[in-house]
Design a protein around this ligand. Structure first.
Ligand SMILES: *Cc1c(COP(=O)(O)O)cnc(C)c1O
Ligand SMILES: [Zn+2]
Length: 443
C-alpha cells in the first residue's frame, strides 16, 4: 500500500485502506472514508516552492499538469502513474470578476466558473481522479467491469465522458423526468448504460449502493472520497488566481454535500502547508425545497433529519438525504460556516440579475447568489468583505430555465429582470422605432 495517501474513516477508526481497495465505508463503524495525505512528505517542499510549482504548471502544455486538478497531482493522488491518468483538461477555469457584477451586487464578488469544463460542471474535477484510479486498477488486473453512479444529471455526464474516453463501461441511474434535456443527452451520447428510474435521486442513490455491493461494479458517487480529492482543487485554484490572497467568504450551493467538504479540505491543506495565513468563512446555500442542512443549522447541527426533497429549479441539488452530511457539518464548523436557503423566486431572480453582468448563471449558482444577497441583508456578510461564489454548472445546460424565466412562464414566480425578444416586421423603420424606444428607456 502506498503510504503517501490512503483511505481512513472520518470518525477516526485506526485502520488504513489503500486507494486501490474497492471500499466506500468504514468496515468497523460504517461512516464515510476520506483520503489522508502524508503532510510530512508534502512539507518537504516549502510554501514558496509549492506556489512556484503550481504557477509553472497552470495552463501549461505539459500532460497531465495543464489540468487544474493534475497541476496539483501530489496533493490529489500522488501515487498514480501519469500514463494512467484520464484527463479531459478539467479545471483551470476562469474566475469571473467585473465592475458591473460588483455594482449589481454592491459587493466585491468573484464567480468561479466551474461550468466552463469538459462536461459543463464541477463534477469533472472529481471524476477525472476517480476514473484515473479505476483505470490504473483495471490495468493492473483488477476485475472491474463497469463504473456506476446515481445522479441528478451532472455526475452522470462527467462519469460517462471520462469512462468513455478511458474505454470503460459505465452504468447511470437517473431519476426520470427530473434532470435537464442537456444533462440526459450527455451520457446517452457517450454510450453509457442509462437507466431512467421512476424514483427521485435519493431512491437512485439507494439502488446504486446495492448494485455496487459486488466489487466488479465500482461506485462513482461522491461518498467515494476519490471524487473529493479532485474537487478540493477548486478553492486552491481560486486562491492561486487571487495571487494567494484569501477571500473573506466562499459561497457554495450544496445538495449531496460532498463539494463543500472538498472546498474545506483544499483550503485546509493550503493553511497547513503555510501557503495562506488566514482561513475564510464558508456559506453553504440550499434550495428551500431541499433544505435539510439549513434546518439542521437552525439547531446548531445538533440534529439532522433527512427529508423528502421538493421539486426545485435547482434540480442538481434536489436531495433530501445527503450522503456526505457528516463531512459537510465538520467543514462548516471548521470554517465558522453558515447555511442559507433560497426560494424558487429568489434563486431565479438572483441568476437573472447576475446575467445582466455577462454571466449565464445556472439555477444552482442562482441559489448561491440569492444566499449572498440574503446574508448581506442579515449583516452576516458585510459590504466590505470579498466573496468568492462557486458557480457549479454551465447555464447552457439549463437553457429551459432561462427561456421560461424571460417568457415569464415559471410557475408562482414574480420575475424582476425580464428581457423578452420583440417580434416585429422585418422593416427598418419599425426596427428603428423599437430600438430608439428601448435606448430611451435605458437612459
Ligand atoms: C452536484 C451539484 C451540486 C451539489 O454538489 P454536492 O457535492 O452534491 O453538494 C451543485 N450544483 C451543481 C450544478 C451540481 O451538479
Ligand atoms: Zn469507522
Amino acid at each position: 500500500m502506498a503510504t503517501n495517501a490512503y483511505f481512513q474513516c472520518i470518525s477516526g477508526c485506526d485502520e488504513k485502506h489503500g486507494l486501490d481497495e474497492v471500499i466506500y465505508r468504514c468496515p468497523k463503524c460504517n461512516n464515510l472514508l476520506e483520503v489522508i495525505h502524508n503532510l510530512d512528505e508534502l512539507k518537504k517542499k516549502s510554501a514558496d516552492e509549492w506556489k512556484e510549482t503550481f504557477e509553472n504548471r497552470y495552463k501549461s502544455n505539459e500532460f497531465p499538469y495543464s489540468s487544474g486538478v493534475w497541476g496539483k497531482k501530489e496533493w490529489v493522488l500522488p501515487g498514480i502513474k501519469n500514463e494512467d491518468i484520464v484527463s479531459l483538461g478539467e479545471g483551470a477555469t476562469h474566475l469571473f470578476k467585473t465592475a458591473k457584477l460588483d455594482e449589481l451586487f454592491n459587493q466585491d464578488v468573484y464567480v468561479k466558473l466551474c461550468g466552463n469544463s469538459h462536461t459543463g460542471s464541477f463534477k469533472d474535477l472529481g471524476m477525472t481522479v476517480l476514473v484515473s484510479q479505476v483505470n490504473a486498477m483495471i490495468k493492473s488486473g483488477r476485475p472491474i467491469k463497469a463504473i456506476a453512479c446515481a445522479s441528478t444529471g451532472d455526475t452522470s455526464a462527467a462519469l460517462a465522458a471520462y469512462a468513455a474516453s478511458a474505454g470503460i463501461q459505465c452504468v447511470i441511474l437517473l431519476p426520470k423526468n427530473k434532470i435537464s434535456l442537456a444533462q440526459l443527452i450527455q451520457p446517452v451520447s457517450n454510450n453509457a448504460i442509462v437507466l431512467s428510474l421512476d424514483t427521485d435521486f435519493d431512491g437512485c442513490m439507494n439502488l446504486v449502493q446495492k448494485l455496487t455491493t459486488e466489487k466488479e461494479i465500482y461506485l462513482a458517487n461522491s461518498m467515494n472520497s476519490l471524487r473529493i480529492e479532485g474537487q478540493k482543487t477548486v478553492g486552491i485554484e481560486i486562491i492561486q488566481q487571487l495571487n494567494w490572497q484569501v477571500p473573506d467568504w466562499f459561497v457554495i450551493p450544496g445538495g449531496n454535500l460532498g463539494n463543500v467538504s472538498a472546498l474545506g479540505n483544499g483550503i485546509t491543506l493550503l493553511y497547513e502547508l503555510g501557503m495562506i495565513n488566514k482561513m475564510p468563512r464558508i456559506a453553504l446555500a440550499q434550495a428551500q425545497k431541499a433544505n435539510p442542512l439549513y434546518l439542521s443549522y437552525q439547531n446548531n447541527f445538533e440534529e439532522f433529519h433527512p427529508m423528502q426533497a421538493g421539486k426545485t429549479l435547482a434540480s442538481a441539488i434536489q436531495i433530501g438525504n445527503p450522503v456526505s452530511v457528516n463531512k459537510a457539518i465538520r467543514a462548516l464548523k471548521k470554517f465558522n460556516g453558515v447555511v442559507e436557503q433560497a426560494s424558487e423566486e429568489e434563486l431565479a431572480n438572483a441568476a437573472a440579475l447576475a446575467d445582466k453582468s455577462g454571466l449565464l448563471a445556472d439555477p444552482h449558482t442562482g441559489v448561491a447568489l440569492a444566499a449572498l444577497i440574503k446574508l448581506k441583508e442579515k449583516n452576516i456578510i458585510s459590504k466590505n468583505e470579498s466573496v468568492a461564489v462557486i458557480s457549479t454548472a454551465n447555464g447552457l445546460k439549463f437553457a429551459d430555465f432561462k427561456v421560461k424565466y424571460h417568457e415569464d412562464t415559471l410557475e408562482d414566480i414574480n420575475i424582476r429582470y425580464q428581457n423578452k425578444p420583440v417580434e416585429i416586421k422585418a422593416d427598418i423603420s419599425e426596427i428603428q422605432k423599437i430600438v430608439n424606444k428601448k435606448l430611451e428607456k435605458n437612459k
